[in-house]
Design a protein around this ligand. Structure first.
Ligand code: SF4
Ligand code: SF4
Length: 260
């Protein structure tokens, strides 16, 4: 649920449908996965307090990321007393290979712990978490995951400080400072997916993973009905309203060259 998807659950009476199936014993627990803002989650849970859990994208890299708002949606779910299932704890595998400076922080703290284990343990240590879903591509990854999840230990204070330091180092890497406020979207005559393009570009800058960055660009721009960076006509209307004073036209040229 979230964004344009939410209305279909009302339009097709899906809330009543799933709870009827629960009464029939065909469903044990009803909840939903969610990608949007804390405000929208608040609206949905206020309207549907019968939801039993929420599934959220949570990881240490997206904790304060304005495009994902992991912390905001997690705190909103907990404010409504909902248990949380976590998806993307390793951010689609990206946090198994974080930026070098970030990896150094973790390796210095514990040379034996895998980088993915820090990411998963961060999520699994949060209060109110039912389970953490981590995609695994091979037996080695599964063995690594089960090694520390079998007798799970929450992050201790020193480890929490290490994750905090990793996050601080990550935040110091220069990125396009877009907050996804989308003021620019309201004035762009070309309907360019500006904030989505910048989010994808920032992923490339951080993780140097072109395939993932292109996939993000396709999802956030094309699949959200927006036009790609290359279609910008350089009118400059967006730059007049951007509170971050981003040189949007220049950055879009870079996005087009890199991800286009
Ligand atoms: S400069 Fe490009 S992105 Fe900005 S408003 Fe004009 S067409 Fe849209
Ligand atoms: S107005 Fe600026 S900060 Fe806001 S979404 Fe557009 S580029 Fe990002």
């Amino acid at each position: 649920m979230g964004e344009g998807r939410t209305k279909f659950f009302e339009d097709f009476d899906l809330w009543n449908f799933v709870f009827e199936q629960k009464k029939l014993g065909k469903i044990k627990h009803v909840g939903f996965s969610f990608h949007s803002t804390p405000e929208e989650l608040d609206e949905i849970l206020t309207k549907h307090p019968e939801a039993e859990f929420v599934q959220l994208q949570i990881n240490y890299a997206d904790w304060e990321n304005p495009a994902i708002q992991s912390r905001g949606v997690y705190e909103m779910a907990r404010k409504h007393g909902k248990p949380v299932i976590i998806m993307e704890p390793v951010k689609g595998g990206l946090l198994a290979n974080p930026p070098e400076q970030v990896a150094e922080v973790f390796k210095k703290a514990n040379p034996d712990a895998s980088l993915a284990s820090w990411a998963i343990r961060f999520s699994a240590s949060l209060d109110g978490v039912i389970t953490v879903l981590s995609g695994m591509s091979n037996v080695e990854q599964m063995e690594n995951n089960t090694s520390y999840m079998e007798n799970f230990q929450k992050l201790n204070d020193a480890e929490k400080a290490t994750v905090e330091e990793a996050r601080r180092v990550m935040a110091s890497i220069p990125l396009i400072p877009c907050t996804t406020c989308n003021y620019c979207a309201k004035v762009c005559p070309q309907n360019i997916g500006i904030s989505g393009s910048f989010t994808a570009m920032n992923i490339y800058t951080l993780y140097k993973n072109l395939e993932t960055a292109k996939h993000q660009e396709q999802w956030l721009v094309g699949m959200h009905g927006k036009k790609p960076a290359g279609d910008c006509i350089k009118c400059g209307a967006c730059e007049k309203v951007c509170p971050q004073h981003i040189q949007i036209r220049k950055e879009l040229v870079t996005v087009h060259k890199t991800l286009g």
